[in-house]
Write a protein that binds this ligand. Structure first.
Ligand code: NAI
Length: 261
């Protein structure tokens, strides 16, 4: 538990599923006040709000598309209207789809870049601008991926977007460090969430992924949420511009494990 997170206002995009949901619920356990952004009407955000409030936190939700500037502005306004401030911005919303690069349309390329990179920029800009205006020594946490570092054929748009997120994080960290605003990146490996549902419903495909993970298992969303609360807390107060790889060792060249290389 991180005592300093109590009552902190935490805005999370794509918060109704997967990692966003796990982070929202974990911040709820820290008794933070959570603002959930969700994209789809069928999302179970109400259940997440109940879980957060049962744990002693507070939560509200607002629909919005992170690629739309006006929706992102509304998200910040809503956070301030409901909870009075913004302390932590978590840019989590992201998408991927598999297409061989020679067949990737401009539309598909643009869609992934818009959500994964431009959406994260827009929310970072709005949150940082609020923090500067109100002298808040806040935190921005971006959800990148091991594919900000590991090339990924058939996912060139995804890998390019995540590589962009990593460098955006480092640049913003440098730019706003003098103001006490920290900007960090979490790069998960393979985690059991809806984005991977199709793959993880297939035992052969799942095993192929596990073979790439030195620790030998698919990660749990709660393990990523644990990284997010640490980065948002005072326990990491001297950490900025960092990429935290939470990947069971996936980025450590598993092909070179003893007996393999
Ligand atoms: P997910 O598919 O459950 O979550 C993505 C969320 O983003 C969904 O709730 C979706 O509705 C939302 N979203 C998509 N487009 C949006 C838009 N335009 N505006 C607002 N929300 C939008 O998958 P997961 O795994 O929870 O993904 C969360 C983040 O973690 C993504 O950025 C993903 O790239 C990243 N990630 C996930 C990994 C994994 O293995 N699960 C590994 C590495 C990174």
């Amino acid at each position: 538990m991180y005592k300093d997170l109590e009552n902190k206002v935490v805005v999370i995009t794509g918060a109704s599923t997967g990692l966003g949901k796990a982070m929202a619920e974990r911040f709820g356990k820290e008794k933070a006040r959570v603002v959930l952004n969700y994209l789809k009407d069928d999302s179970d955000y109400q259940e997440i709000i109940q879980t957060i409030e049962a744990a002693g936190g507070k939560a509200v939700a607002i629909k919005g598309d992170v690629t739309k500037e006006e929706d992102v502005k509304k998200l910040m306004e809503y956070a301030v209207e409901k909870f009075g401030t913004i302390d932590v911005m978590i840019n989590n919303a992201g998408i991927e789809n598999e297409v061989p690069s020679e067949k990737l349309t401009l539309e598909d390329w643009q869609k992934v870049i818009d959500v994964n990179l431009t959406g994260m920029f827009l929310a970072s800009r709005e949150a940082i601008s609020y923090m500067l205006e109100h002298n808040i020594k806040g935190n921005v946490i971006n959800m990148s991926s091991v594919h900000d570092r590991i090339p990924w054929p058939h996912f060139v748009h995804y890998a390019a977007s995540k590589g962009g997120v990593k460098m955006m994080t480092e640049t913003l960290a440098l730019e706003y460090a003098p103001k006490g605003i920290r900007v960090n990146n979490i790069s998960p490996g393979a985690i059991d969430t809806p984005i991977n549902a199709e793959k993880f419903n297939d035992p052969k495909a799942t095993q192929e992924v596990i073979d790439l993970i030195p620790m030998g298992y698919i990660g749990k969303p709660e393990q990523i949420a644990a990284c997010a609360v640490w980065l948002a807390s005072e326990e990491s107060s001297y950490v900025t511009g960092m990429t935290l790889y939470a990947d069971g060792g996936m980025t450590k060249y598993p092909g070179f494990q003893a007996g393999k290389g």
